[in-house]
Design a protein around this ligand. Structure first.
Ligand SMILES: Cc1cc2nc3c(=O)[nH]c(=O)nc-3n(C[C@H](O)[C@H](O)[C@H](O)COP(=O)(O)OP(=O)(O)OC[C@H]3O[C@@H](n4cnc5c(N)ncnc54)[C@H](O)[C@@H]3O)c2cc1C
Length: 344
């Protein structure tokens, strides 16, 4: 059986695993590894017991008319299984193109990733940080954590490009000069996400369910999570998600996390002075938040080597949203099936 490793349990990796399983069925053994303790990547949902979970990264899915047609079967699958529902909450300050439709995931955006992972039947290993990828004859030897290795017939790397280039071993060495130059052009924005969890008896008296903030140098976006997802709060406390602006993210990227959290909370209280006291606060730094310069030409993926197959994918090869990841996963699928079927 062909052994395929997909590094990254974000949307690109999970969807790629799912599509590959559907295409090759039991001719392939798929493993998905992620360094994080949960799946989702930048579609992570954070939880505190007895509070509504909160989306740390992606907030909702916007389907343009073009991509709703192009990825019709994916949208239909997610809507028919209840993973996505049309977004019905009130939004202030959203600039949206005509004929686009917004969807939310009632259990959190990580549920989209979990759905595809579950469908893939892949062996998922969390807390597995890949440190090196080495060419060993007709296979790739992949090292994780403390010097442990496994071998694969094909490897797919879906993490942000700077993290791919940090890997030890043969990945960078196998890149052509032109491929290296293309990858060097990829740029990401950075921002912080803050989640405030409140006790069950707290009420968040905000006018809008989601708000794009235009009068703050620090805060760009605020979401009342249960109202975004239309969740019943009978047994749960509310939670609030705050995203900083990109300029704040870049300015404080390497600052003391305690200082950064204080700055964001001070600004939040200036904007929302009536906010009750939270029971728990989580701050997350997205060093690689959204792609601002993708690989030129948005090819969907890059084939580093054909035998044994090594592919690079993810939103850096398209654009940063659901459809960008779907484009990348679909383009990797065609190379994976074609190469694996002809060489084995
Ligand atoms: C704050 C924010 C808001 C956003 N808002 C939206 C939105 O509203 N709508 C939308 O559609 N999109 C949004 N996006 C973009 C969207 O989240 C991303 O485009 C998408 O999640 C990228 O998925 P991916 O699988 O390509 O990469 P990732 O989700 O980054 O997955 C890569 C995975 O690789 C893992 N990894 C990295 N290095 C290693 C290693 N060495 N070993 C093992 N594992 C490793 C990481 O832990 C990660 O899980 C937002 C993103 C952010 C950060």
């Amino acid at each position: 059986m062909l052994r395929v490793l997909i590094v990254g349990a974000g949307l690109t990796g999970s969807l790629c695993a799912c599509l590959l399983r559907r295409a090759l069925q039991n001719r392939v053994h798929i493993q998905v590894w992620d360094k994080a303790r949960g799946t989702g990547g930048r579609m992570a949902t954070s939880r505190v017991s007895e509070c509504v979970g909160a989306d740390l990264g992606a907030q909702y899915i916007t389907a343009t008319k073009f991509y709703k047609n192009k990825h019709h079967s994916l949208y239909e699958e997610l809507v028919s299984s209840g993973v996505l529902v049309p977004m019905s909450c009130s939004v202030e300050g959203l600039q949206q193109k005509d004929e686009s439709e917004n969807f939310i995931s009632p259990k959190g955006t990580s549920h989209i990733v979990k759905h595809f992972l579950q469908q893939s039947g892949a062996e998922v290993h969390l807390l597995r940080h890949v440190t090196s990828v080495c060419l060993r004859g007709a296979s790739w030897e992949v090292e994780f954590s403390e010097g442990q290795t496994e071998s694969f017939d094909a490897v797919v790397l879906t993490m942000p490009v700077p993290q791919i280039l940090q890997l030890r071993g043969d990945v960078s060495r196998c890149l052509s000069e032109q491929q290296g130059a293309l990858l060097a052009q990829v740029r990401y924005s950075s921002r912080f996400a803050l989640v405030l969890f409140f006790s069950r008896d707290s009420s968040l008296d905000l006018e809008h369910d989601l708000k794009y903030v235009s009068n703050s140098p620090c805060i760009r976006y605020i979401s009342v999570e249960h109202r975004k997802r239309d969740t019943d709060l009978s047994d749960l406390g509310p939670s609030l998600v705050v995203h900083t602006s990109v300029s704040f993210g870049s300015q404080y990227l390497d600052s003391d996390p305690v200082q950064v959290q204080t700055l964001i909370l001070d600004e939040l209280h200036r904007l929302l002075p009536q906010l009750p006291q939270p029971i728990s606060i989580k701050t997350h730094k997205w060093r690689f938040s959204q792609v601002v310069s993708s690989v030129p030409g948005c090819p969907g993926h890059m084939t580093v080597l054909n035998e044994p197959l090594l592919l690079l994918g993810g939103d850096a090869f398209t654009h940063s949203n659901f459809d960008g990841c779907a484009e990348s996963a679909l383009s990797m699928l065609s190379t994976l099936t074609e190469t694996l079927m002809t060489s084995h």
